[in-house]
Design a protein around this ligand. Structure first.
Ligand SMILES: *[C@@H]1O[C@H](CO)[C@@H](O)[C@H](O)[C@H]1NC(C)=O
Length: 288
């Protein structure tokens, strides 16, 4: 009796999966080709991509992100400039934190000084007419919270920061444009050079009091808030003081050379009162 002979090797039931596999392979190949073409086409079409210094590309937020149900304003950040490297973190501090810092500093305010570049010592000056005081790094729980948040924002360690400085500018008071980095050895002994600065605004200012960068590259008249700036504010790229906002800028380029475009000043207050807090951050640990 002849048994029907079945092939030892079962019929290729895998034929359907082979089709699927080869289709997958084909698909991947097509995707790769498309990717390659896509990548090749980018540099050849730079016409409509924004230029590095085109400030008109600054995010224009028309929605006033303020006071939600819980009274906490929503934080958001934007790039203000690449030369100097400057960023604004809106609603960085709560209203309570701003009021706390002012209350803490108020009994200790004295006339601000500047650093004499030849001796490295502090001196009185007409270029800086505000009053101010220094807090101690980590001096209480609220300060530690703010300093931790600053470290998160800047990616620089808390230990590299000087103590917070609180400043008060009344009508007519200002700080002429200057650099935050030092040109003497005396002031860089502890912590090395100042690398970055965070300026926090503790109050709104009705008119004037802008932070101005007169050496900023780019068309600074294209900022959305141009029409609200004072004469002084129109002499460069300006940031208007707003309670709770934090302005971060770098005095050094990414290669650690000093950045002359970080020149900045505090415009005279025209109407109202300006309270601000400064955190200077060093290249190395700053010992307190
Ligand atoms: C700068 O921006 C302003 C406002 O957007 C514009 O009117 C002016 O033409 C610009 N200037 C240059 C040199 O691009």
């Amino acid at each position: 009796m002849a048994k029907p002979r079945y092939p030892r090797i079962p019929p290729r039931k895998s034929s359907s999966s082979t089709v699927v596999l080869s289709m997958l392979l084909m698909f991947s190949f097509v995707v790769l080709v498309l990717l390659a073409l896509g990548l090749l086409s980018i540099p050849s079409h730079s016409g409509d991509s924004p230029r590095a210094n085109d400030l008109s590309t600054i995010v224009q937020r028309t929605v006033e992100k303020s006071d939600g149900n819980d009274g906490k304003a929503e934080p958001w950040s934007e790039v203000i400039s690449w030369e100097p490297r400057a960023f604004v973190y809106h609603n960085f501090l709560s209203k309570d934190e701003c009021e706390y810092l002012i209350k803490l500093a108020k009994p200790h305010m004295h006339k601000s000084t500047v650093v004499d570049s030849s001796t490295g010592k502090s001196k009185d000056s007409r270029v800086r007419t505000s009053s101010g005081t220094f807090l101690t790094r980590g001096q209480d729980k609220i300060i530690r919270g703010i300093e931790k948040r600053l470290a998160d924002f800047t990616f620089l360690p808390v230990e590299h920061g000087e103590g917070l400085q609180i400043l008060h500018y009344e009508v007519g008071q200002k700080y002429e444009p200057h650099y935050d980095y030092f040109l003497d050895d005396y002031n860089t002994k502890n912590g090395g050079q100042r690398m970055a600065t965070v300026l926090m605004y503790l109050s709104d200012v009705e008119e004037g009091g802008e932070t101005v960068f007169p050496a900023a590259k780019g068309n600074f008249s294209s900022v959305p808030w141009w029409d609200e700036l004072s004469e002084c504010g129109k002499e460069g790229l300006s940031v208007k003081p707003k309670m709770g906002d934090a302005l971060l800028f770098w005095s050094m380029k990414p290669d650690a050379s000093l950045d002359p475009s970080s020149l900045h000043g505090g415009c005279p207050v025209i109407k109202g009162n300006k309270w601000s807090s400064t955190k200077w951050i060093r290249v190395n640990e700053y010992k307190i």
